[in-house]
Design a protein around this ligand. Structure first.
Ligand SMILES: *[C@@H]1O[C@H](CO)[C@@H](O)[C@H](O)[C@H]1NC(C)=O
Length: 546
């Protein structure tokens, strides 16, 4: 079970906050009638100006079109796909009006949103990356609304914002106020971790969550694809891994076509897919299809029949990893792969006489972190050869393994989190934060507020150190979630993290956030996402089931 330290920290904070429980509930009642001057925008753009002039949108005549000046044009499938998606969201459930029939025209109608990609390379066919330009400018006014972005990625965010500005009046017609928005994310890496090993997640569930991520301007899907319990990834090089390691070799697996589809679905929404293949711990399922990969554990002088972490002392391990990661680096287009490296249990290594002999020969003494580092070092060298960058959990850094300068260190332990952020950035490494955002821990009350109140740069360090913090991830580990409850457990709790990572640092007003997030949650529901309520409330359109 991951994160025992995290759990203790949580218990401590639970006990120390007992006295506040009732205060929180009183506070909550105040939120019920809160109204934001920003409507239902979520996450809040960097700059937004509303006017009181409002326009009508008619499904019969409203169009989202490429501006003539745009470098993308009709050939950009990504944009065409997004125009259709957002048109549908804007007019969701509205009565069908056909062009030419009883059109209400007049000065108060907005006929067009023009989308203009302003740089010469629109990146229409590229993959998003950590240095992607996601900025956009939106000007809603007569006669046409204009959305300008240097790259398609900003245009996607701008379309989402435009759709969020549209509201229904009492007769159900769509309206939008004259508005100007100038927007860009505060952090470049805004991720969601989903775990498909503890429970298999059907493709449909993953796609629905990618769709919801786009509604919240998240841009990284951290796919914790395999772990101890199961190995659902079908490897072309080593088909036995899923054949033997998946919960079921045909129904509980991701085929190469599935993986391709998920990556493309994510790309069309500006989302990177970073796979995690965690080693040397968390690998029991690997051992079923790849004999001799794991360390045989001993009881006394004979093998006990159980297995521990990856066996770091045999060459076959490194031959395997070389071939395996060669495949991974060609299947997943992102320039980063997450190599895990967390929570290695030394008990099995300690019990094995061959490992003991190796430790002696290498002069490691009794320090098994040295053996762990020995393994990780070789793995990093192997993956370094594939010209991918890598991300790793914080233990790899803590244990002093030599990592490439462009390594991203992922901070997850709640204990000493600020000190860790200080140390990682002082050593010059890029870092992302997950420690306060373990959404698998659930509790009574509005825990979104705790995620919302986090300030990622709240640690001791220079400006230069703080620039190394490129963002964070909300993690939903899979012990207690599968397709039945994942989506409502994740949303809108993860939305709180989305705004923290996108909006300006001083956007922290809980009342205003409550009002906007309640509306945003209802919007997700209206778009077919079973996002759970924040508190006592209702939505204009309640979730009707599937
Ligand atoms: C939009 O305009 C209407 C008047 O047409 C005004 O009542 C409302 O407050 C405006 N909304 C925002 C978010 O400014």
């Amino acid at each position: 079970m991951r994160c025992s330290l995290q759990f203790i920290a949580l218990l401590l904070s639970f006990y120390s906050s007992q006295g506040l429980q009732f205060n929180n509930i009183e506070e909550e009642t105040e939120f019920v009638n809160a109204n934001s001057k920003y409507g239902s925008l979520w996450p809040l753009p960097q700059k937004v100006n509303f006017s009181d002039v409002s326009f009508k949108l008619s499904s019969a005549s409203f169009r989202i079109v490429d501006a003539k000046e745009s470098s993308a044009g009709a050939s950009c499938g990504l944009l065409q796909n997004a125009y259709r998606r957002y048109f549908d969201y804007i007019f969701e459930g509205s009565k069908k009006q056909w062009p030419g029939k009883s059109r209400r025209t007049g000065a108060s109608e907005l006929g067009e949103l023009q989308v203009w990609i302003t740089s010469t390379d629109s990146e229409c066919d590229a993959y998003p990356s950590v240095s992607t330009d996601e900025s956009y400018e939106l000007n809603v006014d007569q006669p046409v609304a204009v959305l300008k972005a240097p790259k398609v990625w900003g245009a996607l965010h701008g379309l989402e914002t435009f759709s969020q500005l549209v509201f229904k009046d009492e007769f159900g017609s769509r309206n939008i106020n004259a508005t100007t928005v100038s927007d860009f994310p505060r952090f470049a890496h805004r991720g969601i971790l989903l775990d498909t090993s503890r429970h298999f997640l059907p493709i449909k569930v993953i796609l629905a969550n990618l769709e919801t991520m786009a509604m919240n301007k998240f841009n990284v899907f951290h796919w914790h694809i395999v772990d101890d319990p199961s190995f659902p990834y079908i490897s072309k090089t080593f088909p036995q891994l899923s054949q033997k390691g998946a919960y079921h070799p045909y129904t509980h697996v991701y085929t190469p076509a599935d993986v391709k589809m998920i990556i493309e679905f994510a790309r069309l929404r500006g989302i990177r897919v970073i796979p995690e293949f965690d080693t040397p711990g968390h690998t029991l399922s690997w051992g079923r299809g790849q004999p001799d990969l794991l360390t045989p554990c001993y009881s006394g002088s004979s093998p006990s029949g159980t297995f521990g972490p990856v066996n770091p002392i045999v060459n076959t391990t490194y031959d395997f990893m070389t071939q395996f990661f060669k495949e991974i680096s060609s299947v997943f287009p992102d320039t980063y792969v997450h190599l895990g490296g967390d929570e290695v249990d030394f008990t099995c290594w300690k019990s094995n006489p061959d490992i003991q002999a190796f430790m002696k020969q290498q002069g490691f003494g009794e320090d098994f972190t040295k053996l762990e580092s020995f393994y990780i070092q070789r793995l990093l060298d192997i993956v370094g050869q594939t010209n991918k960058g890598y991300m790793i959990w914080q233990e790899v850094f803590d244990n002093g393994v030599k990592i490439k300068p462009d390594t991203v260190v992922h901070v997850w332990m709640g204990n000493g989190q600020q000190e860790e952020m200080h140390k990682v950035t002082a050593a010059g490494y890029t870092t992302i934060l997950s420690a306060p955002w373990y959404l698998d821990y659930i509790s009574y009350g509005q825990d979104w507020q705790n995620y919302y109140k986090v300030e990622p740069l709240n640690f001791d360090g220079t400006d230069k150190q703080k620039e190394l913090v490129i963002g964070g991830e909300a993690c939903l580990w899979g012990e207690y979630v599968d397709g039945t409850n994942l989506t409502p457990r994740l949303w809108p709790r993860a939305s709180a993290v989305a705004e923290r990572l996108w909006s300006a640092k001083d956007v922290r007003d809980l009342n205003d956030a409550y009002s906007r997030l309640s509306s945003h949650r209802c919007r997700m529901v209206e778009r077919g996402i079973p996002a759970e309520p924040l508190f006592t409330s209702y939505c204009p359109h309640e979730y009707k089931g599937i």
